[in-house]
Write a protein of this length. Structure first.
Length: 265
């Protein structure tokens, strides 16, 4: 059974404008709690007890968050002594943002924490249900990419199937594709939601990738290498996925939690 989860929370979140001026977007409050606390609630409720937060912007605030959060876990009915939360500063390990940045970097930082175990990887600015987090607890020798149906897959990273379950490739934001083209190439309009289950093999593959055209180390490039070797499967989530990256997302999140509190848990 998988117990470890890596949460990427290194970025400031400049698209949040003044809301993230003095703290990262992960710590912006929604219903009197930092957004990251809502995500971690579901991680714990899904049964994962070892959490690694990979941080970068204002790391001292993340340390404060950790201590405050652990003091509140009893409200979830979870014994604090059974929870392990570690924090790693990505920039201390890999260097400043202009040297090493991108979605592959938090995973690279997690090698020692993970060891030889399978683990989950989450985006700290995305919200997933506890049920969907449980759904990815697949302790086998394959890697998994979580997919969510979307009416406009061309706006996101699109998951293309190879057979019934295997991932063939991820197409990043293929704008301009015709509706007919989408039906032929896009499997069930599934988009990548930055939610993965990895085997320790991912650490070897990350060392093989180079910077993308954006000048970043992309985790999707590492996943593509594994997909060519038939080592990556697609898992379709059942509940929901929400992004938390723009000012308007704060109100959307508030309304969602109010209407769907049962789904949160």
């Amino acid at each position: 059974m998988i117990k470890k989860v890596v949460i990427a929370a290194a970025g400031q979140g400049t698209r949040m404008l003044k809301l993230s001026k003095d703290k990262s977007k992960h710590l912006i409050c929604v219903n009197e709690k930092p957004f990251l606390a809502h995500l971690m609630d579901n991680v714990l409720l899904a049964g994962y007890t070892d959490i690694l937060l990979v941080v970068g912007f204002r790391p001292e605030l993340m340390e404060d968050f950790k201590q405050n959060y652990l003091n509140c876990t009893e409200k979830l009915g979870i014994d604090k002594s059974k929870i392990k939360v570690e924090i790693l500063n990505q920039h201390e390990i890999l260097g400043p943002k202009d040297v090493a940045y991108g979605t592959a970097c938090p995973i690279k930082c997690a090698k020692e924490f993970i060891g030889s175990e399978n683990f989950l990887s989450l985006a700290g600015d995305n919200f997933y249900s506890a049920n969907d987090l449980k759904l990815m607890n697949i302790d086998d020798n394959f890697n998994y990419v979580a997919g969510c149906e979307n009416e406009h897959p061309e706006r996101f990273g699109v998951l293309v199937k190879d057979g019934d379950d295997f991932l063939d490739k991820i197409i990043e934001k293929p704008l301009g594709c015709s509706p007919t083209g989408k039906q032929k190439e896009f499997a069930e309009n599934l988009i990548n939601i930055s939610f993965y289950k990895f085997t320790p093999e991912i650490f070897e593959v990350i060392n093989k990738i180079e910077k993308s055209v954006r000048g970043e180390y992309e985790i999707t490039d590492a996943i593509s290498i594994l997909a060519k070797e038939k080592k990556v499967k697609i898992k379709k989530i059942k509940d929901f996925w929400m992004d938390f990256g723009r000012p308007e997302d704060v109100q959307k999140m508030k309304e969602f939690l109010k209407k769907n509190e049962c789904k949160k848990l």
